[in-house]
Design a protein around this ligand. Sequence first.
Ligand SMILES: NC(=O)c1ccc[n+]([C@@H]2O[C@H](COP(=O)([O-])OP(=O)(O)OC[C@H]3O[C@@H](n4cnc5c(N)ncnc54)[C@H](OP(=O)(O)O)[C@@H]3O)[C@@H](O)[C@H]2O)c1
Length: 200
Amino acid sequence: MSYAIIGFGAVGQALAHTFARKNIDVAVASRRPAEALAPQARAIGPGVVAKSLRDALEADTIILAVPFGEHREVAKALPSWEGKTVIDATNAFGVLVEELDGLPSSAFVAKAFTGAKLVKGFNHLVAATLAADPIVEGGHRVVFLSSDDEDAIAPVAALAKRLGFAPVTLGKLNEGGALVHARGRTWGQLIFQDLSKKEQ
Ligand SMILES: NC(=O)c1ccc[n+]([C@@H]2O[C@H](COP(=O)([O-])OP(=O)(O)OC[C@H]3O[C@@H](n4cnc5c(N)ncnc54)[C@H](OP(=O)(O)O)[C@@H]3O)[C@@H](O)[C@H]2O)c1
């Protein structure tokens, strides 16, 4: 498996720290050229490699850590998303429900990434918490995963475990997944809940 984080702001950098902590290689990219991101990437760890957006998108598994509205631009960068897994870490707080065609935000994002397997995850914690060591007193920090594609969740759960988190699967995006979605002025009930589990 190869991994890339698209968006290298608060969440992208937080996630890069989690990969670096476990020595798992990850590409990072934004709209800026790789050279502009490289010093910050290197400072996080030797396995965090800044790439151009196009090169980073060669990874099998892509974590989306851009402002919600920018997902379309990222989606346009590849002619086909067949064979890719997209982990949607975005939140659509402040986006009107009508602008999402009435869908959960990640189902709306999934429409732009035609052919990809999409899993919502790593979106419910503030960046500083996400960046911190997920091995906490009492066990492993919980991340919630949801998807309309049941097969897509297992490899993302395996990645979450490798990173030290305890994945908790919520089911489909408009079922359990609704608890970790933001829409309009409403945050899902599990967003910001920093929970831990004894076992991964
Ligand atoms: N901040 C949090 O605590 C937090 C927690 C959970 C989830 N989230 C969600 O995570 C997402 C990112 O939030 P953030 O706080 O990390 O935002 P941020 O600090 O503003 O970072 C956004 C990053 O996305 C890049 N970017 C913007 N448009 C892009 C495009 N079209 N293609 C590639 N890269 C692009 C920006 O870099 P360039 O300008 O160089 O392109 C920047 O590195 C949001 O959807 C947010 O709702 C945030």
